[in-house]
Ligand binder design. Structure first.
Ligand code: NAD
Length: 491
C-alpha cells in the first residue's frame, strides 16, 4: 500500500544535527529535495554553510577530547549496541524516506536498511579486539610496543544511492576506533539521514560525538575537507570528486578512505552456470536501477555461451516491473535525478558513435503514470569492444556493455582493461581457473560463482581508480586508527 506523504514528511525544514541538538542553519538558508518518481519537490532542508560546519567540527572536537575519550572500549561497544536498537526502531521510516528521496523500490529500500543494526553489532564486537603489539627490537635495553590510537574528528562524505546504510558503514568503525564524526549526506537525498540523526540522539551519545550537516559538496563538503581540525575524510562517491577531495585534503595532510566508482566485469566461461550468471546480470542491471558502485556493468561472455546467456537475460529484461517505487511489486524505480538521466542519455549517444549498438528492452510510450519521473529502461550495448568509452567508463544506471572473448587470457585482458578495479565476478566450474582469475583480476573484490555483493565482515574497497583504503571488516576500523610506537628504556 502506498503511504501518505503527509504522514511521514516533516512540515518544517529538515534540521542539522550539531552538538547533540537538531538545529536550523545559522543563516536560515534551505534547499529543496525532489521525488525522482514524480519530479516534484517533497521537502526542504537546512543548508549548512562554513559557519555551521565549523560549529559541527568544534562540537566533535570537544566531544573527542572530553567525554568520548573517557569511554572504555566496553562502554563504546554498548553505545554502538544502543544505536543498533534505536536504528531498528526507526528503520521503516528511513526506508520509506529513501523510497521518496532516492526512488528506490520499497522492498529494496527495506532490505538495504534492515542490515544496518548488524553493522553496528559487528563493530561493537570487533572493537573489543583492538590492540597494539610488542616488538622484539634489536636493543636489549628497550621494551618496544605499539598503541593503536584513534585519529580525532572524521568527516564522512556520502553519496545518494544508499544514504543510511553507507553512512552507518562509515560511522560504526570510526566510533568503534574512538573517533568522533561529522557526517555530510548527499544533498540529493538528505532526508533519511536526518531521521538517522534522531536515532543517534535517542541512543544517548555524549553531545557532539555524531554531527550531521546537509548541503552541497562544493560548499558544505569542501568546508569539511578544508577544516584543519578534521583528521580524516572518508568519502564515497564519484572518482572525479574523490580526486578533488584528495587534492584539497593534501594541504592539511588528512588521512583518506576513498570508495569511488566502478565498471565491474561479469566474466562467464563456457563451463559456467549460465542461469546463475544471468541472475547476477539481471540483479545488477535492475537493483537500485543499476545505480550501485559494484554492479557488474560489463558482461564479458565466452563466445560459445554468449548467445544462450543473452537470450535468457533478454527474456527477463522484457518483463522487468518498472514503476512506482512505493509499490511492493516494483523491481525498478526511476533514476535519482535529471542530471543522472542526462548522463545516461549522453552515454547512449557516445556508445552509438563509437560503433556499439544500444538496445532498450522496454517501451514506456503510453505509460502516463511514468511521465514527470526520471524513468529509464534497461539497456544493453551490443557489439562493443573493450577500448570503447562505454566499456571503460562508469555510466551509473541500468546499462550494461556486452563484450565477447575466446580464451581465458582474453577474458583477463578485457576484465582488467578499465581504469577501475572495484569488483569482479567470474562464473566457472573449473576450480583451478577460478583461482587463476582470483589472482589475475585487478579488483578489490573478486567473487567466484557469486554476485558482487559485499558483507559487513569482509573488507571492501577498490584497486586502481576505484579507491584507497577499505570499508567493512576489521580493516575499516584499523583504517580509522593510527599507530604510535613506544620505546621504553629498562637499562
Ligand atoms: P558525487 O561524487 O557526486 O558526490 C558524493 C558526495 O560528495 C556528495 O555528498 C557530494 O555533496 C560530495 N561532494 C561533491 N563535490 C565535493 C567536493 N568538491 N568536496 C567535498 N564533497 C563533495 O557522487 P554521487 O553522484 O553522489 O554518487 C555516485 C558515485 O558514487 C558513483 O561514482 C559511484 O560509483 C560511487 N559510489 C561508490 C561506492 C563504493 O563503495 N565504491 C558506493 C556507492 C557509490
Amino acid at each position: 500500500m502506498p503511504f501518505e506523504l503527509d504522514t511521514i514528511l516533516r512540515k518544517e525544514p529538515y534540521p542539522l544535527l550539531i552538538d547533540g541538538k537538531e538545529v536550523a542553519s545559522r543563516e536560515g538558508r534551505t534547499f529543496e529535495t525532489l521525488n525522482p518518481a514524480t519530479g516534484r519537490v517533497i521537502a526542504s532542508v537546512y543548508e549548512a554553510d562554513e559557519g555551521d560546519v565549523n560549529a559541527a567540527v568544534a562540537a566533535a572536537r570537544r566531544a573527542y577530547e572530553g567525554p568520548w575519550s573517557k569511554f572504555t572500549p566496553k562502554e563504546r561497544s554498548k553505545a554502538l549496541l544502543r544505536l543498533a536498537t534505536k536504528l531498528a526502531e526507526h528503520s521503516e521510516l528511513m526506508a520509506q524516506l529513501e523510497v521518496l528521496d532516492v526512488g528506490k523500490p520499497i522492498a529494496q529500500s527495506r532490505a538495504s536498511i534492515v542490515g544496518t543494526p548488524a553493522t553496528l553489532e559487528y563493530y561493537a564486537s570487533v572493537l573489543l579486539t583492538l590492540a597494539g603489539e610488542t616488538i622484539n627490537v634489536s636493543d636489549n635495553s628497550l621494551i618496544d610496543f605499539t598503541l593503536r590510537e584513534s585519529l580525532g574528528v572524521c568527516g564522512l562524505i556520502l553519496p545518494w544511492n544508499y544514504p543510511v546504510s553507507l553512512a552507518i558503514l562509515k560511522l560504526a568503525p570510526a566510533l568503534a576506533a574512538g573517533n568522533t564524526v561529522v557526517i555530510k549526506p548527499s544533498e540529493v537525498t538528505p532526508l533519511s539521514s536526518v531521521e538517522m540523526g534522531r536515532a543517534i540522539l535517542e541512543a544517548g551519545f555524549p553531545a557532539g560525538v555524531v554531527n550531521i550537516v546537509n548541503g552541497p559538496g562544493a560548499t558544505t563538503g569542501m568546508a569539511l575537507v578544508r577544516h584543519p581540525d578534521v583528521a580524516k575524510i572518508s568519502f564515497t562517491g564519484g572518482t572525479v570528486t574523490g580526486q578533488a577531495i584528495s587534492r584539497e585534503a593534501a594541504t592539511t595532510v588528512k588521512r583518506l578512505t576513498l570508495e569511488l566508482g566502478g565498471k565491474s566485469p561479469l566474466v562467464v566461461f563456457e563451463d559456467g552456470d549460465i542461469a546463475k550468471a544471468v541472475g547476477v546480470a539481471y540483479a545488477d542491471i535492475t537493483r537500485n536501477t543499476g545505480q550501485v558502485c559494484a554492479a557488474c556493468t560489463r558482461l564479458v561472455l565466452h563466445e560459445k555461451v554468449a548467445d544462450e546467456f543473452l537470450e535468457a537475460l533478454t527474456a527477463k529484461l522484457v518483463k522487468v516491473k518498472v514503476g512506482d517505487p512505493q509499490d511492493e511489486g516494483t523491481e525498478m524505480g526511476p533514476i535519482v535525478n535529471q542530471r543522472q538521466m542526462q548522463r545516461i542519455s549522453d552515454y547512449l549517444a557516445i556508445g552509438a558513435e563509437e560503433g556499439a549498438r544500444p538496445q532498450s528492452y522496454l517501451d514506456f510510450s503510453g505509460r502516463k503514470e511514468l511521465e514527470g519521473g526520471y524513468f529509464v529502461p534497461p539497456i544493453l550495448f551490443h557489439d562493443a569492444e573493450s577500448g570503447m568509452r562505454v566499456a571503460r567508463e562508469e555510466i551509473f544506471g541500468p546499462v550494461q556493455t556486452v563484450l565477447r572473448f575466446k580464451t581465458e587470457e582474453d577474458a583477463v585482458r578485457i576484465a582488467n582493461d578499465s581504469p577501475y578495479g572495484l569488483a569482479a565476478v567470474a562464473m566457472t566450474r573449473d576450480a583451478a581457473r577460478a583461482m587463476r582469475m582470483a589472482r589475475s583480476v585487478q579488483a578489490g573484490s573478486v567473487c567466484i560463482n557469486h554476485g558482487a555483493k559485499a558483507a559487513v565482515d569482509a573488507p571492501f574497497g577498490g584497486y586502481k581508480q576505484s579507491g584507497i583504503g577499505k570499508e567493512r571488516g576489521i580493516a575499516a576500523m584499523l583504517d580509522d586508527t593510527q599507530i604510535k610506537n613506544v620505546r621504553f628504556s629498562v637499562a
